[in-house]
Design a protein around this ligand. Sequence first.
Ligand SMILES: *Cc1c(COP(=O)(O)O)cnc(C)c1O
Length: 461
Amino acid sequence: MRYISTRGGIDPIHFKDAVMMGLASDGGLLLPESYPTVTMEQLESWRKLDYPELAFEVISRYVDDIPTSDLKSLINRSYATFTHPEITPLVKKDGVYILELFHGVTLAFKDVALQFLGNLFEYILAERKQTLNIIGATSGDTGSAAIHGVRGKKGISIFILHPLGKTSAVQALQMTSVTDVNVHNIAVRGTFDDCQDMVKELFGDLEFKEKYSLGAVNSINWARVLAQVVYYFYAWLRVTDETDAPVNFSVPTGNFGDIFAGYVAKRMGLPVGTLLLATNENNILTRFITASDYSLGKVVSTVSPSMDIQIASNFERYLFHLFAENPARVKEAFAELKEHGRISCNSDEMALVRKDFCSASVNQDDTLQTIRDFYADTGYLLDPHTAVGVKAALDMLPPDSARICLATAHPAKFSETVEQALGFQAPVPESVKELHGKPTRCEIMDADIDKVREFFVAHVG
Ligand SMILES: *Cc1c(COP(=O)(O)O)cnc(C)c1O
């Protein structure tokens, strides 16, 4: 399997090069040249596999430059850090199925991909005798999952900037309590945007980027999407163990990464009806799907902060397919976005979109009300991101279908909001209790690019 760019400007490359390239060098996103298909017989034969075995079946179809035994070992090590034996268990609650993706070290679904990506990086770097310095900005979830993905790994250092005091308490502790020598937390007196701007500036300095082998861990890495495809297969196999009803997925969406993985699963032949794209008030993707309106708005802060996004970076991957794999049309769309703040699609294109996706936007009041109602009805605690997806599923998906809602975070990770909704705190898992009282390490600094650069150069691996 080889990989090409949505902008059409690179020669096809193999998997390991795609992982190390991250963003395509022509500014596009990398995609496989084609999608391997899975027959119903094959699917049935996967029913007895455990999660790591299934992950190998799915992932190996996209990897032709890592020996089988090495790939198996990378996958097994990545999922050995999960605290649930099923890795991503599916639980049935009053009319919906909840796919619990939060049993990894940082209690959010990003661990599913970043544990794997951390191991992959280490493996490829060792083979190539290279090093990598990861720099990233986070509002909370990506940073902590990335830090835990690469802590203690050879050949990699990581520098994560977060806005001081603006993440949840648990998110901050999950980052700053990691004191491995290759992990550097920087708390910036400023906003997430300040952090993001400084990271962009460092990457924009090509000489600096080259000299220090800078790398990113944002959701554009193909390996992250690929790791997430697996749990769509896993959930489908578990739900069809017990019902013949058609299967739909509801996915709380920010960067379009998670739901794109569902689209890939569907392209591979997984019999999925609709992918329901659930957004909060930052609803550009919902406006696009329901009203053909992809026009940029302002980012507003909500109780589901990991979805407070206007430009969904993975959306370009989908547009490439929507535009019949025509890079010229992709470039045209992004030129329009830059110039006019929107992307326009014709009615044929929109008909294609609606064949695979439907969408709903859920506001804060309804999110909090859903946490309350779902708890009253089932005794089950939803985190605010998951609640957005559950509310959308209850409103939009046929009740006689198997409605699988992706649970992207553990409620204890956003306990402030759960408490706001219910009046009491979510039970605190052991892994969170242990965070309190652990030694922490974090550099606090002003939003000053020179200070950040200085710190980086002084601590680089
Ligand atoms: C990152 C995140 C999301 C959004 O996922 P995308 O892949 O960016 O769409 C949703 N919920 C939680 C808890 C997250 O951390």
